[in-house]
Write a new protein. Structure first.
Length: 117
């Protein structure tokens, strides 16, 4: 059983690394975003409020309001990279969210300390 578990974890890890590598412009896009997009310092209260807005928006996933709610969270120019997708504009991200929302009937997001689950 341990061999199967180890093999499954190794395979998933390898696939994740290959997926990141398959985005050929990753390094150039990251460098560009790092130079052109800067964050702003937030107080703990501001960060908490943004976290609660995020939770509220993502708890509406699977409803007709999700994309509208989520679009209020993101700037027009952004840089988001996860294992399988990369976005540099809010328009691209919202298109992704529209497709994702069609396949979700319900979502529950909680803000626990510094983490979203």
């Amino acid at each position: 059983m341990n061999v199967i578990k180890t093999l499954a974890i190794s395979t998933l890890s390898l696939l994740s690394l290959v997926a990141c590598k398959s985005i050929s412009s990753y390094t150039a896009d990251y460098e560009k975003a790092n130079q052109q997009i800067s964050g702003i310092p937030l107080s703990d209260a501001q960060a908490q409020m943004i976290g609660q807005d995020f939770v509220s928006a993502f708890n509406s996933m699977g409803t007709v309001n999700f994309v509208k709610n989520a679009s209020q969270l993101y700037a027009d120019n952004l840089y988001i990279n996860d294992t399988l997708s990369q976005f540099s504009t809010k328009k691209e991200l919202m298109k992704h969210f529209e497709g994702m929302n069609k396949h979700v009937s319900m979502n529950r997001t909680e803000f626990v300390g510094d983490f979203f689950i």
